[in-house]
Design a protein around this ligand. Structure first.
Ligand code: AMP
Length: 530
């Protein structure tokens, strides 16, 4: 019988929290899990990683901190539980389920009150930490995965693979403890059970993508829309978002389009739905983050949508995730043809061909390109280098105010540069980034000589210099930075040119950079409000 008490779980949390040894945390969690029934282990694992419901589920508690503290306030300050009956882990979970499924605030409050009534002060504290995502008891997902592997006697790789397909660590723990290693190994992609989509890493430019993929790669247009995973069997079609919510009913046109093109009995397809107005794509990705909201559904029905498919994970009973990309794409072309629905792509090793392909994507209003390793398998939920995204970048002029001596191949050169912009008001130069990317060997040598002439101060590996050399710097994003006094940092900064022709006073100002940052930020904020 599943009778593990919630207080025992809290005891585990305290133990895990009190040790700094990663190994010990794993052992503690594993030996706790071993003693549980499978369904209890699922709940315990979710609580440990700060989730309540399975990651793929749409359920949410909808209890804010205000409500929680009001209930708590009403319960009088106390250390001991009020009622004798100590709840089990599963009882706490089923109460939370009830709270999630009730739509009235008063009912939620009443249910929460009766739940908190049964807990001690310490247990309430831990429950609050689970509910508000601040569990932070040092049980990161990696540790919990290792603990599951240990408890079930299988390898971490097996746990990770099962997690790719199940999309919830609680479910992984349940399968591992109930069906053991064999059961975990049998976990695979199944029709109508969405998996997390494979993700891409950011990459500097086309050359780097080619280098990373061994000289030749498949470039595809990067569409700015909404990622969809479509499961089909016979006449049944289900469309899931990146967060695995089912949005089929909002996309009747897409379903229709797919039905008329697809030549397969069953399939799982990966793609992007984009909005097209007057032949041009409309950026509505941000709106779609709220895809479950009614107004967005209405909006979706209004915007003409187009489906662009780029991957095939399952075909006529066969799982294809372990097949190389090139084979999956070939099969995809076989089932939907070479028409409208297929994402544009170019397989090449030639930089100028890739450049003109990128130009065409941008001119058509799309975001950039993706580069996909020809021999890459499909890794659900994983962000790695098998897929790279290349977006056009912006650039500014920075002044080099310091440099660090290089390592390895760059030993003996000042090769890592502190990039600064000017404060128009004070004339001060403020660091906004650091990079060792972009220069040729000859330029590194020349730069080292010039910087040494400009030295004002040395500090371990850093040579601080008089602001004088201007460089054009490309970046993909401006971020807030607590590290730099400027408060901003360039992401993916790399030097595109040395501007010997420019004076430091002509460099970009911090005021301009702030404006660019806000533009980025405001854009997101505005869309979020809708
Ligand atoms: P990002 O959201 O910037 O991390 O970029 C990755 C996203 O680009 C994916 O999750 C997809 O939604 C989208 N995307 C657009 N076109 C493609 C494509 N051809 N291949 C893969 N992902 C694409």
């Amino acid at each position: 019988m599943a009778s593990t008490r919630f207080s025992e779980f809290v005891k585990l949390c305290k133990l895990v929290e009190s040790t700094s040894s990663r190994n010990e945390k794993i052992v503690l969690i594993a030996s706790f899990l071993e003693k549980l029934q499978a369904c209890e282990a699922g709940v315990a694992v979710r609580f440990l990683v700060g989730e309540i419901f399975p990651e793929y589920s749409d359920r949410s508690l909808n209890v804010g901190w205000v409500l929680f503290s009001r209930v708590l306030g009403g319960l009088r300050a106390r250390q001991e539980r009020l009622l004798e009956a100590e709840p089990t882990l599963l009882e706490v979970y089923s109460r939370l389920e009830k709270i999630a499924s009730s739509s009235s605030r008063r009912r939620k409050e009443a249910l929460l009150t009766s739940l908190l009534d049964t807990l001690s002060g310490e247990e309430v504290e831990y429950l609050a930490r689970i509910l508000f995502g601040e569990v932070r008891i040092g049980a990161a997902k990696g540790i919990v995965m290792e603990a599951i592997a240990k408890a079930a006697g299988c390898s971490l790789e097996e746990v990770k693979r099962a997690y790719m397909f199940l999309s919830d660590l609680g479910d992984v723990a349940e399968v591992a403890l109930e069906k053991g290693r064999g059961g975990l190994r049998r976990v695979n992609l199944e029709l109508f059970k969405p998996v997390k989509p494979m993700l891409a890493e950011m990459c500097y430019d086309l050359r780097e993508a080619l280098r990373e993929h061994g000289g030749v790669t498949a470039f595809e247009w990067k569409y700015d829309g909404v990622r969809v995973q479509i499961h089909v069997r016979g006449g049944k079609v289900r469309i899931f978002t990146r967060r695995l919510s089912d949005v089929t009913s909002s996309l009747p046109d897409v379903v229709g389009e797919l039905r008329s093109w697809l030549r397969a009995d069953s399939a799982v397809l990966d793609g992007e739905v984009i909005g097209v107005v007057k032949g041009r794509p409309v950026p509505f990705q941000h709106l779609m983050r709220r895809i479950r909201r009614q107004d967005v559904r209405a909006l979706l029905r209004k915007i003409p949508l187009k489906l662009q498919l780029f991957d095939l994970l399952y075909l006529n009973g066969r799982v294809l995730v372990d097949e190389p990309y090139s084979r999956r794409r070939e099969l995809l072309e076989g089932v939907i043809g070479l028409g409208e629905l297929l994402a544009r792509r170019l397989v090449t090793g030639n930089v100028s061909e890739a450049e003109s392909f990128l130009k065409r994507a941008l001119e058509a209003g799309h975001e950039g390109l993706m580069a996909k390793r020809l021999d890459g398998n499909y890794e659900p939920g994983h962000r790695g280098k098998k897929w790279l995204k290349i977006k056009p970048y912006e650039s500014i002029d920075c002044v080099i105010v310091g440099a660090e001596w290089g390592h390895g191949r760059r030993e003996g050169w000042l090769s890592d540069y502190y990039l600064a912009v000017r404060d128009e008001e004070t004339g001060e130069y403020l660091v906004v980034g650091k990079t060792f990317k972009g220069l040729t060997d000859e330029e590194f040598k020349l730069m080292t000589r010039r910087l040494l002439e400009l030295t004002v101060r040395r500090e371990r590996r850093v040579v601080w210099v008089k602001p004088s050399i201007v460089v054009e710097v490309a970046y993909n994003e401006i971020q807030r930075s607590p590290r730099y006094k400027s408060g901003l940092a360039l992401r993916f900064a790399r030097i595109t040119r040395i501007r010997w022709d420019k004076k430091p006073e002509e460099a970009t100002s911090i005021q301009e950079l702030r404006r660019r940052f806000e533009r980025q930020f405001r854009f997101k904020a505005e869309l979020d409000v809708i």
